[in-house]
Design a protein around this ligand. Structure first.
Ligand SMILES: CC(=O)SCCNC(=O)CCNC(=O)[C@H](O)C(C)(C)COP(=O)(O)OP(=O)(O)OC[C@H]1O[C@@H](n2cnc3c(N)ncnc32)[C@H](O)[C@@H]1OP(=O)(O)O
Length: 406
């Protein structure tokens, strides 16, 4: 391994990193030298390996905040993990992951996994599941009564003020969502042709309540499909972000009514998405569930005291953590409902249950239940009822999910 040199990147490494990632992810589209991904690139947060003067492996972090139960906190957004095919399976990923976790200042790290089997060994737990919807829109109606107000359409990149205001106003209530500064908004709405998958340019529609206040928006594109029996266009929803039930209802009513469209597709929703409760036929949404965000707790007391707990709890638990031994050992967690008191301190007491750092990360956003992990044999209970009590406290009124793959 001595011929592999680990270092952080500089701005001049960007082209090599783009090439490496394009190769690893088998990107076939034209390289886009002006891609706005360059805007969000943070050179110093890329770790890379050089071999014979070539960049052969890398992993990056975006500096963003993450909504967690009751708070929005800094989180290392891990991304762009790639090892050149001829250099795989010799431990480069492990060394990159270890270096990231050792050096990141944030209390938690979060990522989307290309393959779910990869990151548990580094202490990441599956913290959110996403539901992908694909529905024949002719089978669906919105049951809510019309709310009044009006819809206004436009190009997302020209509506940044409205979109970002709505997004920021709901962020704190959406565990799993990531903060978006101006640069991120420019990147996310840049809409390069190679990201359109053959669809139209992205469109936006705003919902304004009867007083003229913008309460929500949808971003979407249309995939133009026709066959011998007529139009079969697909409405591909990028995201629906709304602060009120009326906004959700009116935006989905619009999306389900677009002429010539047969199918509504939305890749990133959650089991608690209002859509499932707004339509007359939930089964027609054809929801398909898969792993979403994976969370790694780096600094256990800092991470746990940052969140709010859904119910009072006072437990001692024992944690195992091979990569970050500061997290390992016995901890006492005391929380009042509503988060008015959260203490997480070292303890000499007998543990009520034992779990790994990946299981704690899985429960962190309030989605994966400790009770479910207990059933799977991944949380070991020593005092009857302790896992049930902790599971309730770690839970949250709505399921977390990732609204955007970063
Ligand atoms: C957050 C993100 O960016 S997700 C994107 C991840 N990147 C990709 O999927 C792109 C294509 N793949 C790759 O670039 C590489 O194969 C990687 C990054 C997945 C793995 O890199 P490697 O350097 O080969 O991993 P490394 O040798 O450190 O292996 C780490 C461990 O994971 C295992 N592993 C690695 N890749 C895989 C895989 N695809 N499936 C199953 N196990 C795997 C190894 O066997 C090893 O196991 P061990 O800890 O028990 O010994």
């Amino acid at each position: 391994m001595s011929d592999y040199v680990l270092r952080t990147a500089t701005e001049t490494d960007l082209d090599a990193l783009v090439r490496l990632r394009r190769e690893a992810f088998a990107n076939t589209g034209d390289p886009d030298p002006d891609s706005t991904r360059r805007l969000v690139f943070e050179a110093e947060r890329n770790h890379l390996f050089e071999h014979d003067g070539q960049v052969v492996a890398a992993a990056a972090i975006f500096t963003r905040d993450l909504a967690i139960p009751g708070a929005v906190i800094p989180a290392a957004h891990v991304t762009g993990v790639a090892v050149s095919a001829v250099h795989t399976r010799r431990g480069l990923l492990r060394r990159l992951m270890t270096e990231q976790l050792r050096t990141a200042p944030e209390a938690v790290a979060v990522l989307w996994a290309s393959e779910g089997r990869l990151y548990g060994r580094y202490g990441y737990g599956m913290a959110a599941q996403n539901v992908a919807v694909r529905a024949d829109r002719r089978e669906l109606e919105i049951t809510a009564a019309p709310a009044g107000g009006r819809l206004r359409d436009g190009v997302p990149s020209e509506l940044l003020k409205e979109l970002s205001e709505v997004y920021s106003s709901v962020l704190a209530t959406k565990p799993g969502w990531s903060s978006r500064n101006e640069t991120w908004w420019r990147h996310l709405t840049s809409d390069p042709e190679h990201d359109r998958g053959g669809g139209t340019k992205a469109r936006a529609v705003l919902y304004e309540n009867p007083d003229g206040a913008v309460e929500g928006y949808a971003r979407y594109r249309i995939h133009p499909r026709w066959d011998d029996t007529g139009p079969k266009m697909e409405v591909s929803v990028i995201e629906v972000v709304a602060g009120t039930p009326a906004a959700y209802a009116e935006l989905y009513r619009f999306l389900l009514r677009i002429d010539l469209a047969r199918t509504l597709v939305q890749g990133l929703t959650s089991a608690d998405d209002p859509l499932f409760h707004l339509v007359n036929e939930p089964a027609a949404l054809g929801g398909h569930t898969q792993d979403g965000l994976w969370v790694r707790i780096r600094d256990l007391p800092r991470a746990l005291t940052a969140r709010t707990f859904a119910a009072p709890v006072d437990v001692v638990f024992e944690v195992t953590d091979e990569l970050l031994p500061d997290n390992a050992g016995r901890w006492r967690l005391q929380a009042r409902a509503g988060g008015s008191l959260v203490n997480c301190t070292r303890s000499d007491g007998e543990p009520d249950f034992t779990l790994g750092i990946a299981e704690l990360g899985a429960a962190y956003l309030g989605g994966t239940r400790l009770g479910a992990l207990h059933l799977a044999g991944r949380v070991h209970e020593h005092r009857p009822g302790a896992v049930a009590a902790a599971s309730t406290a770690f839970g949250w009124p709505i399921a977390p999910y990732g609204i955007e793959i970063f």
